[in-house]
Design a protein around this ligand. Structure first.
Ligand code: UD1
Length: 380
């Protein structure tokens, strides 16, 4: 049987793939794997420091596609992925998450008759203006195996006509990474020092908020980004903020001339952070303000209140059971929610079923079985 060809493309894929690669290697008998990076994210601070922090091996292949419009990026991944698939004859392709690389590689593999396993399947925001939602819906329609993080995902898949036999509830691999690395998390003081900020002047022991923003709907227009930054400024008067800037957001802040909104004593701007740095920042935070998908889950696992700056979430369990609250971009809702948390009334939440650090193990056990059965049936 050929190797399990594992695909990563962008930052949120890395923490999902690391535990899967470890579980493939630990399986008896070992399941050989091949790591393909599409190169969707390429900057050192979007890549190298995450690979290092997560203990990910160097990719066997890097397709180096880089940035572009959705069409160009997706097409370029497809074009460059096809010969890699032909040359390596994998037993299956394993994709994670919902980025353009996820869909692009799934399309190529499925059309060549190579089975695809999708990890983090079935999540839906029901907002088709989000590029990720299109990637999710299409990937789940055509992938052979759908591994889910929460039970609501199965209802979403059933509603779209996906046969239930394709879907398996296994839990959350992102939380596997969190469990594996919690003890290695880098203290916030060290991260500040590294960014050239004096931890004494920006005293994190008195509490702080962590901010990340990168969704096109929040950062690509001045109408959305301007008011959001103004609210963050208001929040910073109550609680100092550490703002880790995604390159998309940094570029737009410059383009719209909004730099003054994110300067001053109470907002510290940091470059994109490594995994262990971000884990350290989140673990000790008073609250997190974000539009990230993964951080909604990580804060739920850490028991830290999270205010999600979106109108919807594809991860409803973080609201129903965890510490997440949707606040959108409404200034009043955001400051009210911050005040509640500061008054000690933040959500405590509980950790959802199977977010226990063993999701990758469950995936690999199921996949090994499925591949063995398929092999004996079709001699594939
Ligand atoms: C992508 C994913 C999104 C994920 C996010 C995490 C899709 C559709 N979107 O969005 O789901 O949450 O990654 O970061 O796949 N850039 C750099 N350096 C890099 C990468 C990007 O400067 O290493 C800049 C480029 O100007 C690029 C822009 O960021 O045009 C956006 O990058 P892109 O990969 O298109 O989308 P993200 O916004 O990162």
């Amino acid at each position: 049987m050929g190797p399990v060809l594992c695909v990563v493309g962008a930052r949120p894929n890395f923490m999902k793939m690391a535990p899967i690669l470890r579980a493939l290697a630990a399986h008896e008998p070992t399941m050989p794997s091949l790591l393909v990076h599409t190169g969707q994210h390429y900057d050192a601070d979007m890549n190298d420091q995450l690979f290092a922090g997560l203990g990910l091996p160097r990719p066997d292949v890097n397709l180096e596609v880089g940035s572009g419009s959705h069409a160009i990026q997706t097409a370029e991944v497809m074009r460059r992925f096809e010969p890699v698939l032909d040359a390596n004859r994998p037993s299956c392709v394993l994709v994670v998450g919902d980025v353009n690389s996820t869909l692009a590689c799934t399309l190529v593999a499925v059309k060549k008759g190579v089975p695809v396993a999708h990890v983090e399947a079935g999540l839906r925001s029901f907002d088709r203006s989000m590029p990720e939602e299109i990637n999710r819906v299409l990937t789940d329609q055509i992938a052979d195996l759908l591994y889910t993080t929460e039970r609501a995902a199965h209802d979403n898949l059933a509603r779209e006509g996906v046969e239930s036999a394709r879907a398996q509830f296994v839990g959350n691999v992102m939380i596997d990474s969190l469990h594996a690395n919690r003890k290695l998390a880098i203290p916030p003081e060290e991260t500040l020092r590294h960014a050239g900020i004096d931890p004494a002047a920006f005293d994190v022991t008195q509490g702080y908020g962590v901010v990340t923003l990168h969704r096109p709907s929040n950062v690509d227009t001045e109408d959305a980004l301007g008011p959001l930054l103004a609210v963050l400024r208001e929040v910073s008067e109550r609680l100092p903020l550490l703002f880790a800037l995604h390159p998309r957001t940094r570029a737009n802040i410059e383009r719209f001339g909004l730099g003054a909104q994110v300067s001053g004593k109470r907002i510290a701007v940091l470059p994109p952070q490594g995994y262990l740095e971000m884990l350290g920042l989140m673990s000790s935070a008073t609250l997190v303000l974000t539009d990230s998908g993964g951080m909604q889950e990580e804060t739920t696992a850490l028991g830290v209140p999270c205010l999600t700056l979106r109108e919807n979430t594809e991860r409803p369990i973080t609201i129903e059971q965890g510490t997440n609250t949707l606040v959108g971009r409404d200034g009043g809702a955001i400051t009210r929610a911050v005040d509640e948390i500061l008054a000690g009334k933040g959500k405590r939440g509980r950790v959802p079923e199977f977010w226990d650090g063993r999701a990758a193990e469950r995936i690999v056990a199921h996949l090994a079985d499925w591949l063995a059965r398929r092999h004996s049936q079709v001699g594939a």
